[in-house]
Design a protein around this ligand. Structure first.
Ligand code: FES
Length: 107
C-alpha cells in the first residue's frame, strides 16, 4: 500500500489554485477547490503538457496544450482530445501539510 508523503503546506495553496510537486520522482499537481484538495499526475495523458500550467475551474482542470479537460476528483476525461483518464492520488491534510499517497497501480 502506498504511504502518505508530505507534498506542500496547505497555506501555500490558496483555494482555487494548484501547484506542482515531485513525489518519488513523479510529477504531481495538487489542486485546492471548494470541494477539497485533490492530487493527480501533472503530465497530461494526451501528450507532454503540464496540467499545472492550465486552468482550474472548480473541479475541472483544462490542459494548456490542446484544451482537454479532466475532473480532478476522479481523473475522468470531461472534454477531448484526451481519452485516457488522469491517474489520481489519495490526499490528506495533517497539521496544515498536504500529504499525498501515490497510486502505484500500473496505468
Ligand atoms: S497535451 Fe493535454 S490535451 Fe493535448
Amino acid at each position: 500500500m502506498a504511504e502518505f508523503q508530505a507534498a506542500l503546506k496547505l497555506a501555500e495553496l490558496p483555494p482555487g489554485s494548484m501547484r506542482s510537486c515531485v513525489i518519488d520522482g513523479r510529477e504531481i499537481v495538487v489542486c485546492h477547490t471548494r470541494e477539497g484538495v485533490f492530487a493527480l499526475d501533472n503530465i497530461c495523458t494526451h501528450a507532454h503538457a503540464r496540467l499545472c500550467e492550465g486552468r482550474l475551474r472548480a473541479t475541472r482542470l483544462v490542459c494548456p496544450l490542446h484544451g482537454a479537460s479532466f475532473d480532478i476528483r476522479d481523473g475522468r476525461v470531461l472534454g477531448p482530445p484526451a481519452v485516457v483518464p488522469m491517474p489520481t492520488h489519495a490526499v490528506r491534510i495533517v497539521d496544515g501539510t498536504v500529504e499525498v499517497a501515490l497510486d502505484v497501480r500500473p496505468a
